[in-house]
Design a protein. Structure first.
Length: 282
């Protein structure tokens, strides 16, 4: 009876944690994005063989995925898959964050490429959970792209890469697909960028959970839009150049962007800590 009586009683209301009101604004100039890129290049030049090997690994995986799409007849999702690479890119770059983190702390860089490919984040399994969410988001985007094609072209089979460009730019339906697809893809890209650009480095650097890291990343991006839009534009432009080079550019571009993203996280976190937003010892 005593147990049943206690079960009927509501738990006491817990007061909010101290420091709940966080000033996420960092007041960084838009040119800070170029500073991050320069810092990323500097890390790239420190033991560059490791970063180049990492870039070759990413390039080989990318070529394997593209080849698999053609081999199994899924070439119609090539463009969504390429753009979806930006969704999972921050997760793939975890080893580059680790190298930059060690350089920043004055520790020696990983001795081998295996030390970069296999990292142990402070958040443990939360990084895996984050990866699952990003992969699901990428699959959702590719499915949305297929549905958009069906919306404008009905049951017309995919004509192939050689014929799709004239159809896209030579028909009203093609232009409509370009406009709507760009808008929808932009929403997916903006959302994935906002929740992951700082979340993955944070999971590597701090003991926290994936949802908190994604929420923190979203808050940082939303409250620092000018500099983050500049950084996003740099990422998209360099990735587009890599695609135009047949993905060969990823060998250099991906490691530099990975190292630079760590410095973006470090610069923003330093500003937030100075404003009392995050606990340095977290």
């Amino acid at each position: 009876m005593a147990v049943a009586k206690n079960m009927d009683r509501l738990p006491p209301v817990v007061p909010p944690l101290p420091g709940a009101k966080i000033n996420w604004r960092c007041d960084l100039p838009t040119t800070a994005a170029l500073d991050w890129l320069a810092a990323g290049w500097k890390d790239f030049t420190i033991r560059p063989v490791l970063s180049v090997a990492y870039g070759i690994f990413v390039f080989a995986i990318s070529i394997g995925v593209v080849g698999g799409l053609f081999l199994f007849g899924y070439d119609y999702i090539l463009f969504p898959a390429l753009s979806g690479f930006l969704v999972v890119g921050p997760l793939i770059a975890a080893g580059l964050y680790e190298k930059s983190r060690r350089i920043e702390k004055g520790a020696p860089a990983p001795a081998t490429i295996a030390g970069m490919l296999i990292v142990k984040p402070k958040s443990n399994g939360q990084m895996l959970f984050m990866g699952m969410l990003l992969c699901l988001l990428m699959v959702l985007w590719m499915r949305a792209a297929v549905l958009l094609y069906a919306l404008f072209f009905g049951l017309l089979p995919f004509p192939g890469l050689h014929d799709i460009v004239p159809i896209l730019i030579g028909t009203p339906e093609g232009w409509a697909l370009i406009v709507v697809g760009s808008l929808v893809g932009g929403l997916f890209a903006a959302f994935s960028f906002a929740i992951s650009v700082f979340a993955v480095p944070m999971l590597l650097d701090q003991r926290t959970d994936a949802l908190t890291a994604m929420g923190t990343s979203m808050a940082l991006v939303w409250n620092n839009l000018p500099v983050m839009l500049s950084w996003g534009a740099i990422v998209v432009a360099l990735f587009a150049l890599s695609v135009a080079s047949g993905l060969i550019g990823l060998i250099i571009v991906f490691p530099v962007l990975g190292h630079a993203t760590w410095h973006a996280y470090g610069a923003v976190r330093e500003k937030v800590v100075a404003a009392g937003g995050l606990d340095e010892a977290q």
